[in-house]
Design a protein around this ligand. Structure first.
Ligand code: GDP
Ligand code: MN
Length: 384
């Protein structure tokens, strides 16, 4: 689960990691009061969306006067911000962070991530931080250093020094960095993060180190033990169909293709997406209705697939085990009755109560195409 910059900075404050002082607003009318409270100039107005590259897209504005702050807030809140991470459709900005501006002397890059290859946590750092880090990574990867932390041993003092030397730090900043890095590591582990990125980590003209930007990704599977972090969830930032699916407790991912599919079991769902592609079409989604799905779950899943405007046809592939084929069929018929299905349906069913399931579908009056096996199903749905 991604969280907003201002939420990540709240966590940073808790772990005593220096961040600029700021206030979040949801309405441009609140800008004046926020600026007055901060009582400092310049101020920075920053769009809060779950995507980077905001600076280049016009979502970050350095303001010299309170009037400029108001103007920037009016422009930013409500704008559709397009960055290299949002896709062409962009993201509508609902909140802005107003922060005390810093006089920047150096911009560094610092990140931590779960490194599967080394089964540990990796620190990445570069003295070439700022808005062009992607270019640095592509053209001069040697400017990015990486350090592997053994999760059993935790971060060691020598590794902090190694990172600090790699960033060419010296004197008081070296010290600040060596104190900050273990705190960040603790945050990373305690909050079950999968990614932490500070770009830029800045050294201000007065020699202080602070996190000017903050990006955190928290492992969604850990949220049951972090109710405080779970409250950071922002439905506005999630694909609307995925948000709806999450509220139904369905495992659904929108993939942008045209062939919707409903499958029981994640492995079978992956195989189904493969054969759809093999047959020359693109899957519109991943949807695992699960082993013990009820009629209601199937109905909800079906509703979500049908709500996707790109869907031209639906492939239902069920291997009846714990989920009986007749239960699935009932769910499909109920959902279809409520919403109306205008696209062709190809059904392949095998296993428990498959005959009964097919009968329910056949008697439903739905426009159905039955398939004898998986390959046949894929070919039929790809040529509709
Ligand atoms: P991103 O583009 O989404 O990564 O947003 P950032 O928070 O990283 O801001 C983009 C850029 O705006 C930074 O790299 C800085 O160069 C600039 N910026 C942000 N805050 C300040 C500030 O307080 N002072 C100055 N001088 N520049 C800032
Ligand atoms: Mn940034």
């Amino acid at each position: 689960m991604k969280i907003h910059e201002y939420q990540a900075k709240e966590l940073f404050r808790k772990y005593k990691i220096a961040v600029p002082e700021g206030r979040v607003i949801t309405d441009p009318a609140q800008a004046k009061a926020a600026a007055a409270k901060l009582d400092s100039l310049p101020l920075v107005v920053k769009a809060q969306i779950h995507a980077g590259g905001r600076g280049k897209g016009g979502g970050v504005k350095l303001c010299a006067t309170p009037a400029e702050v108001e103007e920037a807030a009016r422009r930013i809140i409500g704008m559709t911000l397009v960055t290299r991470q949002t896709g062409n459709q962009g993201r509508v900005v609902k909140k802005a962070l107003i922060e005390k501006g810093l006089e920047i002397s150096r911009e560094l890059y610092l990140a931590m991530l779960v490194d599967r290859k080394n089964a540990g946590i990796m620190i990445m750092a570069s003295s070439a931080g700022g808005i062009n880090i992607e270019e640095t990574a592509a053209k001069t990867p040697e400017k990015i250093i990486s350090i592997n932390i053994n999760p059993l041993a935790g971060i060691q003092a020598y590794q902090c020094r190694q990172a600090a030397f790699g960033l060419n730090l010296a004197g008081p900043v070296f010290k600040q960095f060596s104190t900050m890095l273990p705190r960040l590591y603790r945050l990373f582990v305690e909050c079950d993060c999968s990614l932490l990125e500070i770009n830029p980590l800045v050294i201000s003209k007065d020699g202080r180190l602070s996190a000017l930007d903050a990006k955190l990704d928290i492992d969604s599977n850990s949220l049951f033990r972090h109710p405080d972090l779970a409250s950071f969830y922002d439905e506005n930032e999630v694909d609307p169909l995925e948000a709806k699916a999450a509220s139904y407790k369905l495992n659904y991912i929108n993939l942008g293709g045209t062939i919707g599919n409903m499958v029981n079991g994640a492995g079978l769902a992956m195989a189904t997406m493969d054969i759809i592609k093999q047959a020359g079409a693109e899957p519109a989604n991943f949807l695992d209705v699960g082993g013990g799905a009820s009629t209601e779950m199937v109905e909800n899943g079906f509703k979500i697939i049908l709500a996707d405007k790109n869907v031209k046809g639906i492939l239902i592939n069920i291997f009846g085990g714990i989920l009986r084929c007749d239960v699935l069929a009932e769910g499909v018929v109920q959902a279809a009755g409520k919403i109306g299905v205008k696209v062709p349906l190809v059904v392949r069913m095998a296993g428990t109560n498959a005959e009964k399931g097919r009968r329910i579908l056949a008697e439903s009056g739905l426009n159905l195409i039955t398939a004898t096996d998986l390959g046949d199903a894929a070919r039929k749905i790809a040529t509709i």
